[in-house]
Design a protein. Sequence first.
Length: 261
Amino acid sequence: MSLVDLDLRHTRLGRRNPVAKLAAAGILSVTLLLSIDPVSAGVTLGLTLLLLPFAEIPARALWLRVWPIAVGALIAAGATVLYGRSAGEVYVEWGLLRISEGSIDLALAIFLRVLAIALPSIILFVTTDPTDLADGLAQIVRLPARFVVGALAGLRLVGLLIDDWRELSLARRARGVADAGRLRRFAGQAFALFVLAIRRGTKLATAMEARGFDAPVVRTWARRSVLRWPDAGLVALAAAIAAASVLAAVLAGTWRFILGL
């Protein structure tokens, strides 16, 4: 389901400047990366879930984007419980497996931390149009136009790669070359897709060069990207959530600065 299908560009978050969304996500992520504790991550995750209805994102669309990260977080937490650094009371010990009070606390912190970093980022960027993001990065952040436009063009081709993979599968099946082993079939099809992507990228680069995308002149933009007061409010809200999470962790005595571990 694409951004156009979801029609999220006209929601409250969709109207915010992508640069402000990038700054808000960065504030939350950097704050959570400073400590490995369940309280700060839990507060950030709880406040994000509390504000989730204001994002106006359909539950199914959000779940389709969150569940792979949730599964990965569960796997990481499970491995930490079994093989993490032991501390405090040891509950189970069998060979290399050692489940202790410290490993359980660390696993909970990792699980909440992954979700607390991923969920706000997904919420913010699922409402962002790539073209608006490119406009903001070039006009506000002042990134090189050549890099921004090239990255936008490459991002626009991701959907075509998915269609190409599907067409390659059907073509190889029609030719009777898709009946080999699964790994061999995947390797051959991936190589064919790689060659196809290189050819399309070369053609796209030539077309962009012919249209003057690399001309040594000051570039103009079809749409202006400006920051407004609601954008500043979004960044301030992210900073308030980050500050609340740090304060809660410090008051609970669980704040552990990563450089001090």
